[in-house]
Design a protein around this ligand. Structure first.
Ligand SMILES: Cc1ncc(COP(=O)(O)O)c(C=O)c1O
Length: 385
């Protein structure tokens, strides 16, 4: 027993593998999947997802932060890891020591580097339309390439860019981005550099443009079995399997009568005799407070409405009849043929599916299942796994 609370996330590792294999088989020309496990593997658990996808065949990982990359190394992950975000130049030697690949797009950054005892592997990032990070000027690109050439401890391994709208079916900006990127690749060639690794596609790009010539696609959301957007669901060439589910158990069940109110602010008033169940999950666990009065929880195969305000650690639901304390309550997932998906929760909260598993905080333990058997439990409060 590695946790003592009644709320947990279940991650189906078989689904993650199936999604990976389907995406990999869909790609053409030898393009491979770089698995994106930033933000604790989109809330699923970076270490466990990384280990599992590497065992399944992935040979490059991507994260947002150097800290995330170092955590993976400390966990024993040995494949190359690319940090997609900006890392302060004073930490570059740390990255080199851990064999972690950094992203570069500023000449001043290169000039600020201190001597590294080990070679530092770099990927050049080009901004082709996202206007977030990246080189967006040819002269800057030449300057950076020249600075890299003059520093023998730097290894320029890759070049990449990032789509802003690949998940929308209108491809105008996508086409512009591809053409700007190929101009940058030609410029690199003219400067005498052909990177070993070129990567552009995210999940949406990988699914929509499998023939695009690149060594890797950086796949996040679809690995976890979620569609990059609602409109992309129409064009998915295979079904994605949602790996994430969220469950709890009722800690209290009571009957209230007409006029009785529920939770802070007494915003919900019973109009008749009702059974109310207490579910031990709240906004401190990342369950959105604004979800009150909109959402449902599955209990014994019934959709039970969330009633009253969501508290820090608990929420209340209206039950169809008296059920026992300890009965399973599914907030995301399936029960008796009914399902609440991550997409349902996202839509009802006016957000995107990416945000929902990321929001579920480290207070909620993660259980990892393979072949329907729990193979690992991660409880970050007690720091055990
Ligand atoms: C630079 C970069 N590449 C790849 C990804 C993965 O994108 P997706 O989760 O849509 O596959 C992200 C995610 O935000 C990203 O920021």
């Amino acid at each position: 027993m590695q946790f003592y609370r009644d709320t947990w996330v279940e991650v189906n590792l078989d689904y993650i593998k199936e999604n990976y294999v389907n995406i990999q088989n869909h790609l053409q020309g030898g393009t491979k999947v770089m698995a994106i496990v930033k933000a604790n593997g989109y809330g699923h658990g970076a270490q466990q997802v990384a280990k599992h996808v590497v065992e399944s065949g992935v040979d490059y990982l991507g994260v947002a932060l150097l800290d995330e990359a170092i955590a993976l190394r400390s966990y024993g992950i040995e494949v190359p890891i690319l940090v997609l975000g900006w890392v302060a130049p004073e930490y570059a030697s740390k990255a080199a020591r851990y064999g972690i690949t950094l992203t570069v797009f500023q000449n001043e950054w290169l000039q600020a580097l201190e001597e590294t005892s080990q070679p530092l592997t770099l990927h050049l990032k080009f901004d082709t339309g996202m206007n977030r990070l990246g080189i967006n000027d040819e002269n800057e690109a030449k300057l950076i390439i020249n600075t890299i050439k003059q520093n023998p401890s730097l290894k320029l391994e890759g070049a990449f860019s990032h789509f802003a709208t690949a998940d929308e079916l209108d491809s105008e900006l996508v086409n512009q981005q591809m053409s700007r990127f190929s101009n940058y690749l030609s410029l690199m060639k003219k400067e005498g550099i052909t990177p070993e690794i070129v990567h552009f596609g995210n999940s949406a790009g990988a699914i929509r443009f499998p023939e695009y010539e690149q060594q890797y696609v950086r796949v996040g959301i679809s690995l976890y079995g979620l569609s990059p957007s609602e409109e992309m669901k129409e064009v998915l060439p295979f079904s994605l399997k949602q790996a994430f589910s969220l469950h709890s158990r009722l800690t209290h069940v009571k009957q209230i009568g007409p006029g009785d109110t529920v939770s802070y602010g007494a915003t919900y008033e019973a109009s008749e005799k009702e059974w109310i169940g207490t579910v031990p999950i709240g906004y401190a666990d990342g369950w959105p407070r604004r979800y009150a009065d909109k959402g449902h929880v599955l209990v014994e195969g019934h959709y039970c409405k969330i009633v009253g305000r969501i508290c820090m650690d608990q929420l209340l639901i209206r039950l169809p009849y008296k059920v026992d304390v300890g009965t399973k309550a599914t907030l995301v997932g399936e029960q008796k043929g009914l399902e609440i998906t991550v997409d349902d929760i996202a839509m009802q909260n006016d957000t995107i599916n990416y945000e929902i598993p990321c929001l579920i905080s480290s207070r909620v333990p993660r259980i990892y299942k393979k072949n329907n058997v729990i193979i690992e439990t991660m409880n970050q409060i007690l720091n055990n796994s």
